[in-house]
Design a protein around this ligand. Sequence first.
Ligand SMILES: Cc1cc2nc3c(=O)[nH]c(=O)nc-3n(C[C@H](O)[C@H](O)[C@H](O)COP(=O)(O)OP(=O)(O)OC[C@H]3O[C@@H](n4cnc5c(N)ncnc54)[C@H](O)[C@@H]3O)c2cc1C
Length: 477
Amino acid sequence: MRERHVVIVGAGFSGTALAINLLRDASAPLCIHLIDREQIARGVAYARRPFPYLLNVPAGRMSASAADPDEFLRFARRRLPHASASDFLPRELYGDDLSVTLADAERGAADAVRLERLYGSVIALERPARSATRRVHLADGRAIEADEVVLALGNPPPADLAATAALEGSARYVADPWATPPQLRSGETVLILGSGLTMADVVVAGAGGARGPVTFHALSRRGLLPPAQSAFVAAVSAASAAPLLRAAATSMRELMVAARELARDTEARGGDWREAIAVLRSQAPQLWQLLGDAERRRFLRHVRAYWDVHRHRLPEGNWSQLHEMRRAGALTLHAGRLVHLERAGRRVRALYRPRGAAATTALVVDRVINCTGPDYDVRRSSERLLRSLIAQGTASADALGVGLATDAHGALIGRDGRTANDVFYLGPLLRAAHWETTAVAELREYAAQLAQHLLDTPRARPLRAVMSRHVHAHAAP
Ligand SMILES: Cc1cc2nc3c(=O)[nH]c(=O)nc-3n(C[C@H](O)[C@H](O)[C@H](O)COP(=O)(O)OP(=O)(O)OC[C@H]3O[C@@H](n4cnc5c(N)ncnc54)[C@H](O)[C@@H]3O)c2cc1C
């Protein structure tokens, strides 16, 4: 039987989890090419970094496999014997676990199933004339023939903000703190754009790494800080989900009423409002599909900011630190909209319009960091591969500009509405079809489903040699 070639572009959590599933479940001849331009089995979230960032989710809910929910905790206890399911452990440790789990899956795979790790940047996919396979092009000239390609490209960088244009290219402006981690100096005043989880990471790491006091200002439309995680137990039942599903079939407004009622009832029973968020998350794909475009637009305009702030929560320790900093005047939250940044000698003047005010207010700071979070509108993407696929018509944005248009299995839907049966997407841009697709809890399910789909649909393709120009694994950078 001819060996099948599946190319996975991106080896963060999503690409790695897919590879692990394929290695575990495949038996027919299969070569999985797992490609990343940086590290394998880490991605942006679980990369090795100088600061020990913590997971935002307790260890007991971070397993890469829903079928084995304690897998990460078992791994963590080999290094930290007292770790418990409710602990917020270092993100780097999670990357270590993913690497080990991938290596274990590779060792345990059937004889005919193999994994190739490659380092490099994928820039384009091409279907040569009369070819049944796709050619995957890397920036350094290598190419791989693939029966199926899975794009696991991760979270897009934050949006380019028109208001920051005057500071573009300046060391005083950090456009993406994960791509260019800011080095803060003692005595600096820093303006953070955004007040969500990235802001929290940057403030906690900046305060810890500056060897002296740093003063932070965080500016966002509503000036809301994420709440703390808690040790609640997520219990999702058909009874708790049913009213939400009924409401979503009517309107966004009804869904809001039902969600508030669920949170109130939960608290009235002595529970935690976070349980209601867990129920909503578990039903998110169905709710999103029931809403339809017009009601989804209402959600995006009026509800999304409140959903995000309740849905994305902070480890208790980070939350307490931020509140302590606010009390001490080291962190100030501002609700408003950035109007523009301008140079003020060696510093930066930020003009913003406070929420509800007509006049602007100025803040003079040493540095500005864009922590507004991923820009999911792929029509604005600067990612070379995505731009090329969109230009080709193979990939397209969804109608609301919140992700990529995909079918139920994650296959790309092109400009002409046709589904590519051999190019799939896995990761946060699935939100266009399912809404909640950012965290491990959801992505592991999609990774398992896509692996199953690929293995259940063998390629009925003409036998042809798999040509691979100069394909070889480079040493890890
Ligand atoms: C800082 C941060 C912390 C987070 N913490 C948590 C958490 O504690 N718990 C949780 O559940 N979720 C967390 N998340 C959510 C996160 O989205 C998922 O957990 C998960 O890491 C997403 O994985 P991914 O593989 O889809 O994306 P990524 O991790 O971004 O991986 C994508 C990979 O693709 C590679 N790549 C992209 N384009 C190309 C290309 N053209 N060629 C080659 N390689 C390419 C990149 O180098 C990258 O390694 C966090 C996210 C971030 C950003």
